[in-house]
Design a protein. Sequence first.
Length: 315
Amino acid sequence: MYDWLNALPKAELHLHLEGSLEPELLFALAERNKIALPWQDVDSLRSAYAFNNLQEFLDLYYQGANVLRTEQDFYDLTWAYLLKCKEQNVIHVEPFFDPQTHTDRGIAFEVVLRGIKQALRDGQSKLGISHGLILSFLRHLSEEAAFATLAEAMPFRDDFIAVGLDSSELGHPPSKFQRVFAKARSEGLLAVAHAGEEGPPEYIWQALDLLKVQRIDHGVRAIEDERLMQRIIDEQIPLTVCPLSNTKLCVFDDMAQHNILDMLERGVKVTVNSDDPAYFGGYVGENFAALYDSLKMSKEQALRLAQNSLDARLA
Ligand code: HPA
Ligand code: ZN
């Protein structure tokens, strides 16, 4: 079954490039850039990857991103991710990057973008992996800061397909970013947003009605609102679900409690994704394997999940 799952052609639609920074590469980049780290070695860093909620993870994720400094660093990060995709027959990717995580540390927007885009182009030409890049705003920062980031991005408009919304969900509802999403859409960009990971179903309604998103990232709390469930089934709104992430961040107590297959059986267009694979225990392949191990996912269900990911592409 594992080999069969691995060989299934699939797309990954919910992946933070900064979250694919493996401890080994993090240490190598720290050495290359002469940055002192608070961890002794790779093992002690890995043992810090135990989280009770989203914020505990984010604190470490932003700290890890600090080793990314040069265009080559962003290239190496993205290329390492694409090599993993190749191993697992992920044939199309729509990754997020968080420009503010870098520009707020004094790294130029173009440095970040050039490194990522060059690796994605090489992924297309050398590995046969197609892509669409998503610029994600940090929701714990202001809408004004998001506007400034969008303005910085506009000279490179054709390098993106969409804007997204990530970081600390609770207390930062989609409504906070209604105007900047409207501006992005007026530039012809598509939209996605994290909603209903830790936040309530109301945030999913807002993402749909106020931000006019094409997909919901996570969205697992939709199941608490029957009217919302009907809408996402009727309109076939894709949810980019991340099973290992949800268990590592205690959205579900354990994988056996996860609702992804219940949603699938109810007709929701759910997809399987890794979110931050370096931090949560695996890539798309490991996420599929976990659904087989803990939820007895059948081959027929896996086929539908993989097909959903290909159908829910924006690029
Ligand atoms: N949720 C919100 N923000 C994030 C995540 C996530 O799972 N991963 C990286 N940034
Ligand atoms: Zn995410």
